[in-house]
Design a protein around this ligand. Structure first.
Ligand SMILES: [Ca+2]
Ligand SMILES: [Ca+2]
Length: 275
């Protein structure tokens, strides 16, 4: 008889998303909105900015399609416009932390409805300069922890990186959803260059991310925030669009090697033949 011991060790990840306890990684409350000078009153429902960015768009217009960098969300039930002089305030249900483990320093992501112009329609290829359509008017973004002390953060909304709903699509104008959900809490590497890029190479560059514009809280001096305010200082009707707002997932750290389970297995092992 031979006794075999099997000891299994597992690594415990110490860093977990702040919403792991059952909250939402996305904006959970709409706390203020003024449309400003908006060219199209159809896009003035601010509650559509609550919850996840869109993965599939166009249903209300009978033009359904997966959201890709070549086919951004365009439904009035999906995106809201903020015109000249307007603003939008969104809130999270948890602290969005300036976590040193957040990729590229980005602590939250803003999703708009800009997309890449297709230079090889309908195959999906960007121009040499990755020219875009639907780019919004410049937004001024402030963050706050208590709703009183607002501090500016640097970044551009409704531009790079356009939203990608699924990571397994091969058709940039897919009429049906993909199977692999892109991660809306993972930023795209800001060093990525997407000029003259095919749809396949864009998906590869996104590396599982669902896109969005990254913002870093650190320069504000705040350790965490709960509210984000978007203002449009334009004096005319040029607008930007907001689809959603997301907290960023920290990169899991290896943490402490901890014994998750200790299995001791013993069984008799018969010799092949009696000797
Ligand atoms: Ca940060
Ligand atoms: Ca939305």
């Amino acid at each position: 008889m031979r006794l075999t011991l099997c000891v299994r060790l597992g690594a415990l990840a110490l860093s977990a998303p702040a919403w792991a306890g059952g909250g939402s990684p996305f904006a959970s409350a709409m706390l203020g909105y003024h449309p400003g000078l908006v060219p199209d009153p159809m896009y003035t429902n601010p509650n559509v900015a609550i919850g996840s960015p869109e993965r599939f768009t166009g249903e209300v217009f009978n033009f359904p399609g997966a959201v890709t960098p070549f086919n951004p969300a365009f439904g009035p039930d999906e995106i809201v416009s903020v015109g000249g002089g307007g603003h939008l305030i969104l809130g999270f249900d948890h602290d969005v932390v300036d976590d040193p483990n957040n990729p590229y320093g980005f602590d939250f992501l803003v999703f708009g409805n800009a997309g890449f112009i297709d230079w090889d329609w309908p195959n999906g290829r960007t121009s040499p300069t990755a020219a875009m359509f639907g780019v919004g008017a410049p937004a001024v973004v402030h963050v706050s922890y208590d709703g009183f002390d607002w501090r500016p953060v640097l970044g551009q909304v409704d531009r790079m990186f356009p939203t990608l709903g699924y990571s397994d699509l091969t058709d940039p104008y897919a009429l049906t959803p993909g199977q692999v959900l892109a991660d809306f809490t993972k930023p795209v590497n800001p060093a990525v260059s997407l000029g003259d890029a095919t749809f396949a190479s864009i998906i590869a560059a996104y590396d599982g991310s669902g896109g969005g514009a990254g913002f870093d809280i650190a320069p504000t001096g705040l350790a965490a925030i709960r509210y984000v305010r978007f203002m449009n200082p334009a004096a005319d009707a040029s607008a930007f669009e907001i689809d959603a707002l997301a907290d960023v997932s920290p990169i899991p750290t290896p943490g402490v090697l901890a014994p998750l389970a200790l299995f001791i297995t013993a069984w008799p092992r018969r010799r092949g033949r009696d000797r």
